[in-house]
Design a protein around this ligand. Sequence first.
Ligand SMILES: [Zn+2]
Length: 103
Amino acid sequence: MTAQPPVAAEPAPAAEDIDCEQALALLYDYLKRETGPELEQRLRTHLERCRPCFRSAQFERNFVALVAGKAASQHCPDQVRAKVLTALRRELHAELDPPAPTA
Ligand SMILES: [Zn+2]
């Protein structure tokens, strides 16, 4: 009989990490500082490692500031804002993270 190594209950070592999808979902709340310190730290960690998300964060920060400025005089519907942000995220990721390498 050979001794078997104990099976880890949680195989994922990086349980603290969040993926791009989670990061982008959190991004808007993060920019509004509504995520709380723990999530904010996780998101920051991801942004430090992930260039597309970092670019998205930079862009969205400007966008949020812009919307906030305009919202003072005219209301910007959430649906419009969500559409714009979704389109921007796709563009940034497509630009920086091509789906397939050129063969
Ligand atoms: Zn990412």
